[in-house]
Structures are given as structure tokens and as C-alpha cells.
Design a protein around this ligand. Structure first.
Ligand SMILES: C[S@@+](CC[C@H](N)C(=O)[O-])C[C@H]1O[C@@H](n2cnc3c(N)ncnc32)[C@H](O)[C@@H]1O
Length: 247
């Protein structure tokens, strides 16, 4: 059985990818939908609890709005809140985010540990982007929020970075679209590269579980195999979706 959380209005949440900060709904509704998703993740055994600091989340959002250059992004405000909340709850010491483009997806995760939304201290928060010019922009954006360098961008192929990372990986965020003709199928290469350094309780987040479900089918089979991941839930709160898996 495929586990799913689906909000009743997931397909009506239309964002303009070039206007990332446009308010799409009252914040109370956004919080309620994300809370429902967190509750399903908790009940599935993916998350230890559902509590996170709402004021810090909004401080994080304001800092991104004020300081990030974002030419476009498909991360809806709901998805931004969900990513922040999962990281705030799991508190990964080491995070690797694969395919970060201008850094908005990355900081939605890393912002739980750096900048005005920080609610814990991490060791390494690494965003990986294969296009050097995009990696440079992402690094510029991230430096404006995190002067410490704990959060940083590497210009490289995420498969190699994950493969060579020596410490346990607490959270892996997947959003690469597979430069070189690999497409979203590259998610499977990345998770396989890091699987042996993912301890019990570590989390993998895969963006586009809805609108790229077909090209992600082998990846989704992998994380939904109970022999490999303890639980996996498809969180459908916008037209893109997020598969959340716990090892
Ligand atoms: C679709 S974008 C992610 C944007 C994000 N969903 C958003 O809405 O802000 C995917 C990014 O992955 C990068 N990418 C593709 N293959 C990669 C790889 N193997 N390693 C690292 N980055 C990669 C691309 O250059 C691109 O910037």
C-alpha cells in the first residue's frame, strides 16, 4: 500500500514560479495543511513529533524574501513551511541537498539551523548544484543569511558529493533534474550513493513526487521497499509533492 497525505485542495494551489513570495492563502490555512501533513508523518513513524516554532519559520521566510535573488522557484509557501518544519523537527547534523538551483530549496531546509529561523545547531549543511553559475548565485544568496559558513554550496555533481561525504547523512533532500540527460531518475543514483552512510532514523525528501512521478518510478519503488526504508509517505499538498522517507 502506498502511504499518502493529500490535502483536499492540493491541485488548486497555483503559484506563479516567477513571483515566489506571493501570498496564496491565509497563513492559518497554510499552517493547518502543513500540520495535517506532519501528523500523518508522525503517525507513520517518520517524524518523532510535529512541533516547530511558527514565529521562527516566519522570520526565516522574511529573511529569504529580503535577501535572496530568486529568478524562479516551484517551492510553494506550503512546501517551504513543510521543508522548514521537517528539518526543525529532525534536526539533522549533516544535511545534503542535491540540485539547489538558486538556493531557495536548500535554504528552506537549512534555514532551520542558520539565520533568523535557526532553532538548532548543525555541523554541515551542504547544497550541491551542478551548474557553476547557479552554484555561485546560490552561494551568494546563502552567505547573506548565514555568515558562519555552516551552510554552503558546492558546485559539483551531487552523486559524487554524496558518494564522497564521510560522515553520517541525517537528511538528504533531492531536487536535481539530472543534467546530461539523466532526468529526475538521478534521485535513485544519489540515494544509492549515500545509503550506507544513512543511519537509522535518517530522512530522505524527494521533491516532485507528484508532477514527476513517472520519471521517479524506480526511485519511488526503492524508498517504498520496506526492506530499505522503514516508512515512506507521499505528501501531496501542492501540485509538485514531496515523498518523505525514513530509514
Ligand atoms: C529543477 S531545479 C530545482 C529547482 C527547485 N525545484 C526550485 O523550485 O527552486 C534542478 C537543479 O538541479 C541541477 N542539477 C541537475 N543534475 C544535477 C546533479 N547531478 N547534481 C547537482 N545538481 C544537479 C540543475 O542544474 C538545476 O539547477
Amino acid at each position: 500500500m502506498i502511504r499518502t497525505y493529500r490535502s483536499d485542495d492540493w491541485d488548486q494551489l497555483k503559484m506563479d514560479v516567477r513571483v515566489p513570495h506571493r501570498v496564496l492563502e491565509p497563513v492559518e490555512r497554510e499552517i493547518a495543511v502543513v500540520d495535517e501533513a506532519l501528523t500523518v508523518l508522525h503517525e507513520a513513524g517518520v517524524l518523532p513529533h510535529t512541533k516547530y516554532d511558527h514565529a521562527k519559520m516566519l522570520a526565516h521566510r522574511a529573511a529569504v524574501r529580503e535577501s535572496f535573488e530568486i529568478p524562479w522557484t516551484a517551492i510553494s509557501p506550503r512546501m517551504q513551511r513543510l521543508l522548514y518544519a521537517i528539518n526543525a523537527i529532525v534536526e539533522p547534523q549533516n544535511l545534503i541537498a542535491a540540485g539547489v538551483f538558486c538556493g531557495n530549496t536548500f535554504i528552506s531546509n537549512a534555514g532551520a539551523a542558520v539565520g533568523p529561523g535557526a532553532c538548532y545547531t548543525a555541523r554541515n549543511l551542504i547544497g550541491v548544484e551542478i551548474k557553476p553559475e547557479e552554484a555561485e548565485r546560490a552561494e551568494r544568496n546563502v552567505r547573506r543569511i548565514d555568515p558562519t559558513g555552516v551552510a554552503r554550496i558546492i558546485a559539483a555533481d551531487a552523486v559524487d558529493v554524496v558518494d564522497e561525504f564521510q560522515e553520517p547523512i541525517g537528511l538528504l533532500y533531492l531536487d536535481a533534474d539530472g543534467a546530461g540527460g539523466r532526468g529526475k531518475g538521478v534521485y535513485l543514483d544519489i540515494v544509492e550513493a549515500g545509503y550506507d552512510r544513512m543511519p537509522e532514523g535518517s530522512i530522505v525528501l524527494a521533491h516532485n513526487s507528484v508532477n514527476s512521478a513517472e520519471s521517479l518510478r524506480f526511485y519511488l519503488e526503492f524508498v517504498r521497499d520496506p526492506g530499505r526504508f522503514r516508512a515512506s509517505v507521499n505528501v501531496i499538498l501542492d501540485p509538485e509533492g514531496l515523498e518523505v522517507s525514513v530509514k
